[in-house]
Design a protein around this ligand. Sequence first.
Ligand SMILES: NC(=O)c1ccc[n+]([C@@H]2O[C@H](COP(=O)([O-])OP(=O)(O)OC[C@H]3O[C@@H](n4cnc5c(N)ncnc54)[C@H](O)[C@@H]3O)[C@@H](O)[C@H]2O)c1
Length: 439
Amino acid sequence: MRITMIGSGYVGLVTGACFADFGHTVTCVDNDPAKIAALKRGDMPIYEPGLAELVAANVREKRLAFTTELAGPARGADAIFIAVGTPSRPADGLADLTFVYQAAREIADVLDGFKVIVTKSTVPVGTGDEITRIIKELRPDADFAVVSNPEFLREGAAIDDFKKPDRVVIGTDDDRARAVMGEIYQSLARNNTPIVFTERRGAEIIKYAANAFLATKITFINEIADLCEQAGANVQEVAQGIGLDNRIGPKFLNAGPGYGGSCFPKDLLALLKSGLDFGVPIRSIETIISINEQRKRAMARKIIAACGGQIRGQSIAVLGLTFKPDTDDMRESPSVAIITALQDAGAKVKAYDPEGIKQARTILKGVDFAEDSYSCLEGADAVVIMTEWDVFRRLDLDRMRQLLKRPIVIDLRNCYRPADMIKRGFTYVSVGRPAYQCT
Ligand SMILES: NC(=O)c1ccc[n+]([C@@H]2O[C@H](COP(=O)([O-])OP(=O)(O)OC[C@H]3O[C@@H](n4cnc5c(N)ncnc54)[C@H](O)[C@@H]3O)[C@@H](O)[C@H]2O)c1
C-alpha cells in the first residue's frame, strides 16, 4: 500500500516507520520544515528507543520518505492518515481540532480518485462526520471514506506497542475502506492480532474510554496507597493481591505522583467535556481528574513533610522530569506542578533527567539543571525520585549518602526497598508504604 502520513510527531513518525517496516511505501508529511529537514538528515526530532534505527533502515530501502508538501505523495496514496496533535483547548478543555480540520482541508485540495482518509489522532466522537462534511463541502465530486483508527502506543515502548498491539481498532462502514485497512494491517492480522472492526463513532469512543479506564486504575491505586500509608500496609503487596485477579490485571497498578503525559490529562478532559455536549455528565471521569490534579500538590506537601515541615532556602535534588521513563516528553508531567510547588515553598531545585532536560528548560523556570545523577545530588538537603528511569533504580546508594547534605530520600516511584534504605542510614519516604525515619 502507498500511505501518506500527515504529522510526523510521536505518533505519525512511529506509525509511518512501522508501516514502512511492514513493507508499505510511506511518506511522512509535516508542516514544520525544521522537523522534516532533521528527519531527512537522519536526526530524530523525538527520543524513542529504536526509532532512529528503524527510520534509517526503511529510508535506505526507499520505503520511507519525508516532505513538507502533501500534494505529491497524497495523489498516489491508497490511504492518507491524519496524525496531527489534538491538544486541550485552553478556553473550555475540549479537544482542539484546528490541526485535524486544517489537514482535512488540505486533503480535500489534493483528492483524485477513491481515497481512504484515516484519523489516527485522538478525536472526540463525531469528528469523522465533521471531516467528511468539510471535505464534501470543498470537493462535492470527491470519492473518499473517512475511517477512525485510534492509536494505543505508549511513548517509550512505541515501536513494540505498534508492532505487537493488543488489538487494532478500525471504525468504518465502507467496504472499500475496510479492504484497504485490512491490507495495511495484514502483517499484524497474520500474527493473530485481533483486528476489531466497529462503526466509526464506536472507534472514536473506544480510544477515550480506554485512556479514561487506564487513568482510573492509576488514580484508584494512588488512593489505596494513601490508605496503606496511613494504615501501615504496603501498596505493592495490595496491588499484587488484586492484580492477580484476571478481571483486574496487574498493569497500571503502580502507585505514584499521579498520571501525566501528552494523552491522559487532555483526553480525560476532552471525554468529560464532549460527554456534556451530548447531555451526559460522566461523573467518574470528573472525579478522577480532580483527584489527580490535587495529588500533585499533595506530593509536594509530602516532600516538605519529609524534610521536617519546611524547605525555605533548602536545596532539593530532583531525579527525573519526564512523565515516565524512556521518553523526552514533558507535556503535563507531574514534575512540573510538584517542582513549582517546591519553589513556591522557597526551595531551590536542582534537577536531572536523561532525556527530558531540553523540553524541561522551556517549561520550568528557575531550576538548575544538572549533567548527571550524582552532580544533581551534591550538597542537596533531600532528593526526590520523580521518574523511574532505569538509571535511578541502580544508583550507588553509598555515594548518594555521601553526596547529600542530609540523607533524605523521597521516592515517588517506589524504586527502592525501604529495608535497604534504612539499613544505609537514609530517611526514606515512598508512596503507599511505611515511612522510615533515620535516627
Ligand atoms: N504521543 C502519544 O503517546 C500518543 C499515543 C496515542 C495517540 N496519540 C494521539 O496522536 C495525535 C498526535 O500526537 P503526537 O504526540 O504525535 O503529537 P505531536 O505534537 O508530537 O505531532 C504532531 C505533528 O503534526 C504536525 N502537524 C500539525 N498540523 C499539520 C499539518 N496540517 N500538516 C502537516 N503536519 C502537521 C506538527 O508539526 C507535529 O509535528 C494526538 O491526537 C494524540 O492524542 C498520541
